[in-house]
Design a protein around this ligand. Structure first.
Ligand code: PMP
Length: 438
């Protein structure tokens, strides 16, 4: 006996009641009724290994999060114009995970709101509008963020770049020109940013800001070549702009080796935005910046956010940090990521369709190609693997301009057993899809 409304009825009601431009995952939709740790359980009682969600950072329905939330919600929730311990405790703990220059936090409710606040700070600090953004990036859902998200404005329904928006090449080493020596990728790709700045300067203008995910995810789990951000940040700052790191997907220790993925590039951004994993599913987000930027932003206009930084959200944020630290989940992410990468590299030897494997910690991608030489995207194969894994009870996604990169972001509590399960399902699915597609 299945729980609640039938799938058909929910699909029909969604069609009538919800915005029609909201898609549903998978050819055959899933109805989940419960989550626990790395598992999502559907209305038929079947458990799926969640290797995709990103938000359930320390696992679905984590008891420490549920307890912190219930306890604080049963005591007090109110806005941040009253004094409360949680917001200052959380700001102190959060900023302690960041480089020493990044000392001031602003609390909001979604990744989009964090990026919007970052843009307001940037404007106050530089007095400029000009944006440099990476191709195929996504930074949020408000109009001003759609405007700096080529993933949206370059595709169906989009209206192309506005005059203040300048799009830099995705620094994708796998698809770099063949005659570029590997050690020069960072500098060569940064030339695209240098050219945009020169064009602005030729018109007597300059960049307001550069924004990038520290590991461009929507572009296909692209790992920035060594030295890339160091060179880009230098160019942007020299020209009077600020550097924003979007850590909405990749932050909070997911990469394992560091708390924040920008640290792997040896840079310190002026503004960092964070969201998704911050509350293990609870809608909260944050901006952390320097004292200097904060002083410019403090121009007489109050910044107040009704829900941002409320006692319940901050209690949850604290619980998430507690669990990451006390259980060394960063260490686990790094170990499990290395284990999975070894297995993926091994699979690459056996499956011709695997063109490239990329990952650090629990942020992973497998790029599929129909031909390793031409690197022609194997889009149909990738979709078939994602659907095949779902039939075998494992959730992942596809990503990238050609939708040919398998995307995995499992919870930080992912165990060796979970990893072996994922590897076995991928092996089986690859072999099956290769047979079916020929
Ligand atoms: N930045 C990045 C990199 C994202 O992936 C997203 C969400 N997919 C956002 C910003 C916006 O976050 P939200 O959906 O919480 O507004």
């Amino acid at each position: 006996e299945r729980e609640g409304r039938s799938h058909e009825e929910i699909v029909r009601m969604r069609r009538e009641l919800l915005l029609p431009n909201l898609s549903i995952s998978y050819e055959k939709p899933i109805k989940f009724v419960r989550g626990e740790g790395v598992w999502l359980i559907d209305d038929g009682g079947r458990a799926y290994l969640d290797c995709f969600n990103n938000v359930c950072h320390i696992g679905h329905a984590h008891p420490a999060v549920v307890e912190a939330m219930a306890k604080q919600a049963g005591t007090l929730n109110t806005n941040t114009r009253y004094l409360h311990d949680n917001i200052v405790a959380y700001a102190e703990r959060l900023t302690a995970t960041l480089p020493k220059e990044l000392t001031v936090a602003g609390f909001v409710n979604s990744g989009s709101e964090a990026n919007s606040l970052a843009l307001r700070m940037m404007r106050a600090h530089t007095g400029r509008e000009n944006a440099i953004t990476l191709d195929w990036s996504y930074h949020g859902t408000t109009q001003e963020l759609i405007d700096i998200s080529p993933y949206k404005f370059r595709r169906k329904g989009g209206k192309g770049p506005k005059p203040h928006v300048h799009v830099a090449t995705v620094p994708d080493s796998y698809r770099a020109p063949a005659d570029w020596p590997l050690e020069e990728h960072g500098r060569r790709f940064a030339e695209s940013v240098a050219e945009l700045i020169s064009a602005m300067q030729a018109k007597g203008e300059g960049p307001g800001f550069f924004i990038a995910e520290s590991i461009p995810s929507v572009a296909g789990q692209v790992f920035l070549p060594e030295g890339y951000l160091r060179e880009v940040y230098r160019l942007v700052r020299e020209a009077g702009g600020v550097c924003i790191a979007d850590e909405v997907q990749v932050g909070f220790g997911r990469v394992g080796s560091h708390w924040w993925a920008f640290e792997t590039q040896g840079v310190v951004p002026d503004i960092v935005t964070m969201g998704k994993p911050i509350g293990d599913g609870h809608p909260m987000a944050a901006v952390v910046t320097t004292r200097e930027v904060t002083e410019s932003f403090n121009n007489g206009m109050e910044y107040f956010n009704t829900f941002g930084g409320n006692p319940v959200s901050c209690a949850i944020g604290l619980a998430v940090l507690d669990v990451i630290e006390s259980q060394d989940l960063r260490g686990n992410a790094l170990a499990m990521g290395n284990y999975l990468m070894d297995a993926f590299r091994d699979m690459q030897k056996r499956h011709e369709v695997i063109g490239d494997v990329r990952g650090l910690g629990l942020f992973l991608g497998i790029e599929l190609v129909t031909d390793r030489k031409s690197k022609a995207p194997a889009t149909e194969f990738a979709r078939a693997v994602s659907n095949g894994a779902r039939r075998r009870g494992v959730l992942m996604g596809t990503e990238g301009p050609h939708d040919n990169v398998l995307k995995m972001r499992p919870p930080m509590i992912f165990s060796k057993r979970d990893a072996d399960h994922l590897i076995a399902v991928l092996e089986d699915t690859f072999a099956d899809v290769a047979r079916t597609l020929g």
